[in-house]
Design a protein around this ligand. Structure first.
Ligand code: HT9
Ligand code: FE2
Length: 342
């Protein structure tokens, strides 16, 4: 089956680009979500630590440039646009621009590999809201499939884990524990993710397994969570990475490799919650620590975007590693129910 599109839209989270942007950005993120002010103040400090500038926009600009270059080098004549959920360039402004440029139908690459309300369904709602905001005539938007088990996502993580192992003291490498981390979400959101539920944590475990088996087949590995938000009485996925580091030290582990398998690039959660907080925890525990890189603009990750487009436009064979198969185009309607009762 082939379909015809006249653009690709890179859809991402967005982040502040200076100190004055931080609070308005955070209010955009948590609108109507019951995140306590205390938590916001803490996260604002994390951003201020980096001059109020999130790394995410720069990373998306690089990704945008890399995708354009890759398309051009491979004769794919498709203009590439960029819009965000929470900050400039806002999705609605991008859709308006696309309408002005005469774009009728666009594919959408969301910078998030897994199924859950926050990482998939909410982006679809953002598209619907942006369309409602700009009125009729905007481009029809079709979201590309989840890519957590695509070789273009897994292979860069594999190399990164190998690289992180290589940075540990040679005598201690063999026994280092491999710890994968992903953004925690409310347990209820995970329970309601995808057909059958828990698709977010199941996809993460599958991606972690694929990376572990390839990069460190003899290592013991765990999947844990980071960057918890929300009110304290609401259960989120656990254990937290910092608690987990304590637990493995009590178990006699001397070194850890942390792979942020839940992330496509070095977001603030990676730079602050891992390179700062978790690293600090490891230091205090006397634990050797190495953080593996994220895909960023790895050539294979960029080529994956082109592959996902070609699956739709040329009917080329979808690629996927492991047992889950090439995912559904989106997580299906069932992630919508996570909206209720959060
Ligand atoms: C699953 C998931 C991803 C991965 C998928 C994806 O990549 O999309 C993700 C990504 C990101 N989350 C980000 C930032 C924030 N997330 C927050 C809050 C929340 N995240 C949640 C989940 C996720 N978030 C949830 C359930 C909340 C609670 C509020 C709500 O239900 O919406 C808050 C509010 C303050 C706080 O409490 O932390 C901030 C500032 C940034 C930008 C970082 C940068 O600037 O580099 C990125 C890429
Ligand atoms: Fe988040």
């Amino acid at each position: 089956m082939t379909e015809s599109y006249d653009a690709l839209l890179l859809l991402s989270f967005g982040g502040p680009e200076g100190p004055d942007d931080v609070m308005p950005f955070l209010r955009n993120v948590v609108r109507g979500r019951g995140v306590p002010d205390e938590r916001l103040a803490t996260v604002a400090e994390h951003y201020h630590h980096f001059g109020g500038v999130s790394p995410i926009n720069g990373q998306n600009r690089e990704l945008l440039a890399a995708i354009r270059a890759d398309f051009a080098a491979n004769g794919l004549e498709l203009p590439v646009y960029w819009g965000n959920r929470n900050w400039n360039p806002y999705l609605a402004d991008t859709l308006r621009q696309m309408r002005e440029d005469g774009i009728r139908r666009t594919l959408v690459f969301v910078t998030s590999a897994y199924c859950s309300y926050s990482s998939c369904q909410q982006y679809k709602e953002d598209l619907a809201k942006a369309h409602a905001e700009i009125g009729p005539g905007g481009p029809e938007t079709v979201v590309l499939r989840r890519f957590f088990n695509h070789p273009g996502f897994i292979e860069p993580h594999v190399d990164a884990v190998r690289g992180a192992y290589a940075s540990l003291l040679p005598a201690r490498r063999a026994k280092a524990r491999l710890v994968f981390t992903a953004h925690s979400i409310p347990s209820r959101m995970d329970a309601q993710a995808g057909p059958g539920g828990h698709l977010y944590s199941r996809q993460l475990r599958e991606a972690a397994r694929l990376v572990a088996e390839e990069a460190a087949p003899n290592a013991q590995w765990d999947l844990v969570w980071q960057s918890r938000s929300g009110p304290p009485h609401v259960p989120w996925l656990e254990p937290d990475v910092n608690d987990h580091l304590q637990a493995i030290v009590a178990d006699g582990v001397t070194d850890v490799v942390i792979s942020p398998i839940g992330f496509v690039s070095d977001h603030l959660e990676v730079l602050w919650d891992l390179d700062n907080e978790a690293k600090d925890t490891a230091y205090k525990l006397g634990l050797g620590f190495a953080r593996a890189a994220t895909p960023g603009v790895d050539r294979r990750f960029v080529e994956m975007v082109r592959e996902l487009v070609l699956e739709r436009t040329s009917g080329s064979e979808p690629r996927a590693l492991g047992t889950f198969g090439a995912g559904p185009d989106a997580c299906t309607e069932s992630c919508t129910v996570a909206l209720l009762g959060r």
